[in-house]
Design a protein around this ligand. Structure first.
Ligand code: NAP
Length: 488
């Protein structure tokens, strides 16, 4: 190494499954050609690892490598269906707490879409760890499944701060927070409230809340109104596939999974197994993920060299892949990659690029909001017991009331599939054999006396099978639980 040469930066490289090795090879070739000093550590994850009997899909030496390098460029990983294994992608995101998934899309020159000419340039910032993707699922009865949607204030604060800091790093001036807080006031509402609180710290950025279904509608109708969209995990998964379609499809959608310690860069698309080994797929999404990685590593010039060459190649339109122009006259993956390489040093003529600077991760890292710290009063006012029972609302309700006689509780209501049916208020609901029974304590206290709880479960058990209990709490007088539809 000469005195002026930078030390080589180690990066974990995961070729992945299906089309993964082809797109990763294209990205690597271009990154290496910029002259940036990267030492790749190639590691496995995904289908080949599942086949070896490793249920996480991620072997120890891959985990060890990422722990050490802190940066990975990763091809798509296939998720086996029906074997009980977890997704290796989700495992990686969770193992390294890459809490933010940044998914930019911008109009691609030479790629005709119904939105061409409207200069789309927007980014979905998706929470990447919590929400339904935690995959906490239970069969409550043989016929009723449950998935827990846990959203934490800390998780919300991290994604919101990262979203604002990301916007600043690219000079973006507008952020929408997309939630379903009108329905899920506590979980999705947590993100909305956190967003509104933190937005005050960023007066240079216009902050708006939008209901996520309207966001999807507006993205199709008038996508140019969006700049950055911060959203929960599930919403972000769906919205970001939609946004990639606005600019020509998954072949053009890169992403970065960002955590405090580790960052993993990958295309939004999957392993597209039907195209594996055919040398026909579009490697742009993976190449642009590599560009995001270079910026993360502070290699802004190398990133700009590749980004400019990609845009120049697409503007020229001589080498376009099958997904853009169909089979006839399309370029192979390798020809397209070589054309980009040949355009190193060129700039796009009609397409502008953004200035970038590093994200201020230190500001994004420090959660400060906590309701627990300032809490003065906490009460348990009752308990929801979920039971399995055949019968009518009246027969179940009356039986329970009879069973719990003598306990310091009253049955407030029973709901089925979210609607209060006992005492009856005339709702017409097709019931299933899964009921939520809400019992209120005669004397609420700072916690629930375990003897009351066991006494209640014993009484319930006399007639029904119970599966799940949930304390009903109040925090500084505010109910920490929602009412059933139709409940007073
Ligand atoms: P997919 O692999 O993204 O492919 C869906 C379709 O998108 C393809 O059939 C193709 O469309 C198009 N496409 C995707 N990548 C392309 C590219 N680079 N160039 C051109 N066209 C491209 O989605 P999937 O079929 O639902 O999933 C396949 C596997 O990938 C599953 O096991 C899934 O779990 C996994 N997956 C992994 C990740 C990840 O690793 N992050 C993400 C998503 C899915 P046409 O058929 O129209 O040509």
């Amino acid at each position: 190494m000469s005195a002026t040469q930078k030390p080589r930066r180690k990066v974990t490289l995961i070729p992945g499954d299906g089309i993964g090795p082809e797109v990763v090879a294209a990205a690597r070739k271009l990154i290496d050609a910029t002259g940036v000093q990267i030492e790749w550590e190639e590691r496995a994850a995904g289908a080949s690892v599942f086949k070896m009997g490793i249920a996480s899909g991620v072997p120890e030496d891959t985990i060890e490598s990422i722990h050490r390098t802190k940066v990975a460029l990763k091809g798509p990983l296939e998720t086996p269906i029906g074997f009980g294994e977890k997704s290796a992608n989700v495992t990686l995101r969770k193992l390294f707490e890459t809490f933010a998934n940044i998914r930019p899309v911008r109009e691609i020159p030479g790629v005709k879409t119904p939105y061409s000419g409207r200069n789309l340039d927007l980014v979905v910032v998706r929470e990447n760890v919590e929400d339904l993707y935690a995959g906490i699922e239970h069969m409550q009865t043989p016929d009723v499944a449950q998935c827990l949607k846990l959203i934490s204030r800390k998780g919300c604060e991290k994604i919101v701060r990262l979203g604002f800091e990301f916007a600043r790093s690219q000079g973006r001036k507008k952020i929408h927070c997309a939630t379903k807080s009108n329905i899920m006031k506590m979980t999705e509402g947590m993100l909305k409230r956190t967003f509104e609180e933190i937005a005050k710290e960023y007066p240079d950025i216009q902050a708006n809340h939008i209901i996520v279904d309207n966001c999807a509608h507006q993205l199709v109708k008038l996508p140019e109104q969006f700049d950055v969209i911060i959203t929960t995990n599930m919403n972000g998964d769906i919205l970001s596939d939609l946004t990639s379609a606005l600019i020509g499809g998954l072949g053009f959608a890169p992403s970065a999974n960002i955590g405090n310690e580790v960052a993993i860069f990958e295309a939004v698309h999957g392993s597209a197994p039907k195209y594996a080994g055919k040398n026909t797929i579009n490697p742009t999404a993976m190449i642009l993920s590599g560009v995001m990685m270079l910026r993360h590593l502070g290699e802004f010039d190398a990133a700009a060299t590749i980004e400019n060459a990609v845009l120049a190649t697409l503007e020229e339109g001589k080498f376009l892949t099958r997904d853009v122009i169909g089979d006839k006259g399309s370029a192979s993956t390798t020809d397209y990659t070589n054309a980009i390489l040949a355009n190193f040093g060129k700039k796009p003529k009609a397409t502008s690029t953004r200035e970038h600077r590093a994200i201020e991760m230190d500001r994004a890292k420090k959660p400060t909001l906590s309701a627990t710290a300032s809490l003065k009063d906490r009460k348990v006012v009752g308990v929801d017991v979920f039971i399995e029972a055949d019968g009518t609302p009246d027969s179940v309700g009356k039986k329970l009331e009879e069973n719990i006689k003598g306990l310091p509780l009253r049955l407030k209501m029973i709901s089925n599939r979210g609607t209060k049916l006992y005492p009856s208020s005339g709702a017409i609901t097709d019931t299933v054999n899964h009921w939520r029974c809400r019992f209120m304590l005669e004397a609420p206290g700072s916690d629930m006396n375990p003897e009351i709880l066991t006494g209640l479960l014993k009484k319930v058990e006399q007639s029904f099978r119970w599966m799940h209990i949930e304390k009903l709490q109040e925090f500084d007088g505010a109910a920490g639980f929602t009412k059933a539809q139709g409940e007073d």
